[in-house]
Design a protein. Structure first.
Ligand SMILES: Cc1ncc(COP(=O)(O)O)c(C=O)c1O
Length: 402
């Protein structure tokens, strides 16, 4: 290795790094990793095997199922383990909807739901996407108005991944119950951040994902209310009560179970108030110190870890890169659309002009973040924005005019 490469490597390693992109993915917490560790090599059995090794892992899977059920307020038998949020969303949608059915969704869903709905349209289903207002909220009255005699499913997310805005899911649940329509909610960004009780929400299906709550990537769960007839997407063995074939990902499931336990404890202890304080400090300081900024989704109820802020006159992607070079990881929104030139579908659905949507940055905190991390970010952001604006012809023209 050349001395130049070695020098660069040392520089990268020595740099302080703060991660504020926890809505993209979270680090596995040490206690979750420790809970999973024995299930890689020591307790390696297939949970379907009847011998000792299988019984050992079966017990761990069922323990995790109970922990997830406790977080969601349902029975353990109503929890189906999946490979993550995308699979849970797909299973809920394609497990229920058939040609000729009508589905009701919203314009701000994650692509796991939006692209599933798009596919439904290509196979002879009708989909209505209810709009959101300027703060990113669906109006339940629009949901009621959009119902049809052939509506089979309402799928509207609980918390948005870009803005953190929490939808009025209980009201939507009531509408669904009155109309005798299935209600699925994508709670991937809500789990562990706000209390979830499926009975209170009135949903028949709800998806969560491990890696958004400090468990590993590649594991999740779908709550399916008892008695729901759901066609499996994967066919094979009769795992997960014949709802999801395939040998269980035991270490991942154990991690998800532990994450659910920690999430429940954290919610009970009020840990999220500390996170909301840090989030609010980021927001307040930026708005006070950097001109032409604002919060997308302000005024609406939001999960405590997320704020989405626009910095007019700069490109969000350029700010993400400039901050990353200084050690701060943030995002322009959905991780999967990063690098795309298209402005966020969520922010444009909220009525933001494309330039403002492209100038927006998401800050999303995790359990590992500290007030020191917040200070680190606040020390960097104003100067980095100022530097980028100096290079912005639009900003300079505006400065000359004013
Ligand atoms: C709201 C929402 N739904 C679904 C998903 C997909 O989850 P997964 O990455 O576990 O497939 C994500 C991930 O970003 C999300 O934020």
């Amino acid at each position: 290795m050349s001395s130049l490469v070695q020098g660069l490597k040392r520089k990268i390693q020595a740099m302080r790094r703060v991660y504020f992109d926890n809505n993209a993915t979270t680090p596995v917490l040490p206690e979750i990793f420790e809970a999973m560790r024995p299930y890689f090599a020591e307790h390696f059995g297939n949970a379907s095997s009847i011998h000792h090794h299988g019984q050992e892992t079966r017990a761990a899977v069922e323990h995790a199922r109970e922990s997830v059920a406790a977080l969601l307020g349902c029975r353990a038998s109503e929890v189906v383990f999946t490979s993550g949020g995308t699979e849970g969303d797909n299973l809920a949608i394609f497990g229920l909807v058939r040609e000729g059915d009508h589905v009701l969704s919203s314009t701000i869903e994650h692509h796991a739901v939006l692209n599933s709905c798009k596919h439904l349209q290509s196979i002879g289903c009708e989909v209505t996407y209810v709009p959101v207002d300027g703060s990113g909220l669906v109006d339940p009255k629009d949901v009621r108005r959009a119902l049809r005699s052939n509506t089979k499913l309402i799928t509207i997310m609980m918390a948005n991944n870009e803005t953190g805005v929490v939808q009025p899911v209980e009201e939507i649940g009531k509408i669904a119950a009155e109309a005798d329509v299935y209600f699925h909610t994508d709670a991937v960004q809500a789990a562990g951040k706000v209390p979830i009780d499926v009975k209170h929400i009135g949903c028949g299906l709800l998806s969560i994902s491990g890696h958004k709550m400090h468990a590993p990537q590649g594991v999740g769960a779908l709550y399916v209310r008892k008695g729901t007839i759901l066609q499996p997407m994967l066919r094979g063995g009769s795992h997960e009560r014949s709802r999801r074939a395939g040998t269980e990902n035991v270490p991942g499931i154990v991690g998800l179970g532990k994450a659910a336990e920690l999430a429940e404890e954290g919610l009970r202890r009020g840990d999220l108030a500390r996170m909301a304080e840090m989030r609010d400090r980021i927001q307040e300081k930026i708005l006070a110190e950097v001109e032409a900024t604002g919060v997308n989704g302000e005024g609406a109820p939001r999960v405590p870890n997320t704020t989405n802020i626009y910095f007019d006159y700069i490109e969000g992607e350029a700010l993400v890169i400039a901050l990353d070079l200084k050690g701060l990881a943030v995002s322009t929104g959905a991780a999967c659309s990063s690098g795309a030139i298209e402005p966020s579908h969520v922010l444009t659905a909220m009525g933001l002009p494309p330039e403002r949507a492209r100038a927006s940055i998401r800050f999303s905190l995790g359990k590992q973040n500290t007030p020191d991390d917040v200070q680190f970010a606040l020390d960097l952001i104003p100067q980095t924005v100022a530097r980028l604006r100096e290079l912005s012809p639009v900003y300079n023209k505006r400065a000359v005019r004013s």
